[in-house]
Design a protein around this ligand. Structure first.
Ligand code: 5GP
Length: 191
């Protein structure tokens, strides 16, 4: 998605060779016009799969997932919580997820009533790095007996191996901007 790649080059800052900071449009301030283009593109790539639910993880995935739902006939959006609020009963599916940016491990939780065996789920996240978050989300869908139809990341850092790991496990992964290398302040994209 050229618009997105140009925006990453223009506004992104690389932190060393591992992390991209895109706070000005994706992770802190949100560019809703860009999000609409992202939602439309995700729909173009995944429209044929009969998706009836979108699943993401708090917090940065939520806004992207919500806007993407508008292009999928307003399918419900569910986000996994990283902590157990006291309003959540013990009736949840849980999967442990190691945070790439914080280095901590948390349990991603979704109340059982929001994931069902009839669900055909599209998993969305802002970044795909080592694939920990996406693997955890796939596990939640499968614990419920549902089907993971695909995984869409806005930005994938291919060199961190997450997409390869997910594809080896049999999942369909398609990311809008795929970074192959970050070196000397330069970001290289696939294609
Ligand atoms: P993974 O679980 O695939 O290792 O990492 C994905 C998660 O880590 C995403 O939910 C995202 O929040 C965070 N993340 C991974 N890499 C980056 C990055 O380069 N920049 C930012 N802002 N977040 C990242």
């Amino acid at each position: 998605m050229d618009l997105l790649k140009r925006r990453i080059v223009q506004d992104g800052t690389e932190v060393g060779t591992e992390v991209v900071k895109v706070d000005s449009f994706l992770n802190h301030q949100l560019d809703i016009g860009l999000f609409m283009a992202i939602g439309k593109e995700i729909h173009r790539r995944f429209a044929h799969l009969g998706i009836n639910k979108i699943l993401t993880i708090e917090s940065s995935g939520i806004a992207i997932a919500a806007i993407t739902s508008m292009y999928f006939d307003l399918v419900p959006v569910v986000f996994a919580k990283k902590t157990q609020p006291n309003t959540m009963s013990d009736d949840f599916y849980g999967a442990s997820v190691k945070s790439f940016t914080k280095g901590t491990v948390s349990i991603a939780r979704v109340a059982k009533q929001y994931l069902k065996e009839t669900d055909k789920v599209l998993i969305i996240d802002d970044f795909l790095a080592h694939g920990e978050a996406a693997m955890g989300l796939c596990s939640l869908v499968e614990q419920a007996g549902g089907t993971v139809c695909g995984i869409a990341a806005v930005i994938e850092k291919e060199f961190q191996g997450g997409s390869a790991r997910l594809r080896e496990a049999g999942y369909h992964v398609d990311s809008l901007a795929v970074i192959t290398k970050i070196e000397n302040g330069h970001i290289t994209f696939k294609d």
